[in-house]
Design a protein around this ligand. Sequence first.
Ligand SMILES: [Zn+2]
Ligand SMILES: [Zn+2]
Length: 314
Amino acid sequence: MQIVFLGTSSGAPTTKRNVSGIGLRLLQRGSWWLFDCGEGTQHQIMHSILNISQLEKIFITHLHGDHIFGLMGMLASRSLRGSDTSKITLYGPKGLEEYIQAIMKISPIHLQYPLEIKITEEGVIYEDDEMIVEAAKVKHRVPAFAYSVTEKPRPGAFKIKLAKEAGIPKGPWYASLKAGKTITLEDGRVFDGKDFVNPPQPGLKVAFSGDTIPCEAMVKLAEGADLLIHESTYVHKHLELAERSGHSTAYQAASIAEAAGVKELILTHISPRYDTEDGPITLDDMVKEAQSVFPTTILAEDLAIHEIKRTRQK
Ligand SMILES: [Zn+2]
Ligand SMILES: [Zn+2]
């Protein structure tokens, strides 16, 4: 799994940061999913390694403008290309369907591909053979959800060299061993499949907070994740502002990461007020604040690519 940050600013863009948008590249599937779609996200996609043709799902955390104002433009541009006919499934809070329909009614557009809209509820919202997506209600000024994406465990690799060395003939015997069965060869030798298959590989997990004040639901959703991407709109000195606007501080985001036992934390949704070189409070201060609680913290940067690794750093 790869994360591509498309926008990391809160509220309004700056010259260095666009508003919310995060791509999740699913390399084994040749597709990617988008989390939130602030204005200008389609431009950021063009500047990134992501390809709009391969966009498969969009998850909206809440209906504030800095998370959805880029949606209609991006969907329309994808349609204009004409060649992208694959379906997009859009998930988001109640009101999202009305929002899309109202725009499409007043500013007519006929999408050249199917768009399915699903209203997000708490719990598992999507599942297939490889992935599970869960949503949790978080605490913001409007109904808001956080999402987690978990890969299902992959079967362990077959130890083909060992099978060859044991002189087991290829073909159906291999298939039986791979399935964990015990086989008896014609010469009477018996082999247990368990000895020929590596243990299953646990899947990766990533959680996206969207906008929220620190809450227990977020800790639960992110539990044991390989990566937590949490909003960090303010530094703790501005806690009052954070509380008033329904956001988290860097310190609070780090505390959530700590409580959830995640491996890595990336801070995003940064207030433009800190995006200056000369302070008084800089982004450096923000990262240090979080690292004092949770050392494996970094700050998201627009267009940065982050590979989610399996190794435990903590
Ligand atoms: Zn926001
Ligand atoms: Zn918001």
